[in-house]
Design a protein around this ligand. Structure first.
Ligand code: GDP
Length: 206
C-alpha cells in the first residue's frame, strides 16, 4: 500500500479510473488502524497517519491483488475520508467536512464500495446516522465494519453485530465483525473489497 496523495477538493481526486473503496467513520473509531490491518494482511507496508492529513481525503494505492473476474484491474485505491464527530469541532470545521465528504460521495463514479466503520460497543451516534442517510440517499453499496470486537466476549459480539444490522445495517451488504488491533475479520473484509472492486460491472468514465 502506498500513499498516493491527499485532496481538499474534487479537482485533486485521482483521474486514472481505478476502482475505489472508501473508509468512513467517526474519529477514533479505528479507521487508520483498520487500513493498516488490511495492508498488513497483504504484506503491504503500513502507512503512518500524519496529523495534517486528518481533514483531507487520502488515497492509498494497492497493487498486486490478483486477476479480476474481467481480467482487468488488479489495482485499486483505498480512500481514507476524514473522520467526523469531534465534540469540539467548530461549526465551520463541520461544514467543511460536510462539503468535502459530500463532494466525494456525490459524484465519484469509480467508488465501488464504502466501508462504514462503527465501534461495536456503542449505539450509532448522530454522525453515524447522518452518514447512513447519505449512503442510502446516494445509493452507494456499503458494508458495516463493527470494530473493536476484541473488547467484548463472543456472545456479546454476536448480539452487537445483530443489533447494528438492525439500526444502521438494513441497507448494508453485510455487517462484518472486526478487530483492527487483533486482525479478526480482516480476511472477510478483503473478500468484500475484492468482490466489489473487481467483480462488479465497472464502467468508470475517466
Ligand atoms: P481513527 O481516528 O479512526 O483513525 O482511529 P485510530 O486508528 O487512530 O484508533 C483510535 C484508538 O482506538 C487507538 O488507540 C487504537 O489503538 C484503538 N483501536 C483501533 N482499533 C481497535 C480495535 O480493534 N480494538 C481495540 N481494542 N482498540 C482499537
Amino acid at each position: 500500500m502506498t500513499f498516493s496523495g491527499s485532496a481538499s477538493s474534487s479537482a485533486q481526486f485521482p483521474r486514472d479510473g481505478l476502482p475505489e473503496v472508501a473508509f468512513l467513520g467517526r474519529s477514533n473509531v479505528g479507521k487508520s488502524s483498520l487500513l493498516n490491518a488490511l495492508a498488513g494482511a497483504k504484506g503491504l507496508a503500513r502507512v503512518s497517519s500524519s496529523p495534517g492529513r486528518t481533514r483531507l481525503i487520502n488515497f492509498f494505492n494497492v497493487k498486486g491483488l490478483g486477476k479480476s473476474a474481467h481480467g482487468g484491474h488488479s489495482e485499486l485505491y483505498l480512500v481514507d475520508l476524514p473522520g467526523y464527530g469531534y465534540a469540539k469541532a467548530s461549526r465551520s470545521a463541520r461544514e467543511e467536512w460536510e462539503r468535502l465528504v459530500n463532494s466525494y460521495l456525490e459524484a465519484r463514479e469509480t467508488l465501488q464500495l464504502c466501508v462504514f466503520i462503527v465501534d461495536a460497543r456503542h449505539e450509532p451516534s448522530e454522525g453515524d446516522q447522518t452518514l447512513r442517510t447519505w449512503l442510502d440517499h446516494h445509493g452507494h453499496p456499503y458494508v458495516v465494519a463493527a470494530n473493536k470486537m476484541d473488547k467484548m466476549g463472543r456472545d456479546q459480539g454476536r448480539r452487537r453485530a445483530r443489533s447494528l444490522g438492525e439500526t444502521i445495517g438494513p441497507c448494508a451488504e453485510a455487517v462484518v465483525p472486526v478487530s483492527a488491533t487483533k486482525g479478526t475479520g480482516i480476511g472477510e473484509l478483503w473478500n468484500h473489497i475484492r468482490a466489489a472492486a473487481f467483480d462488479r460491472p465497472f464502467e468508470a468514465s475517466v
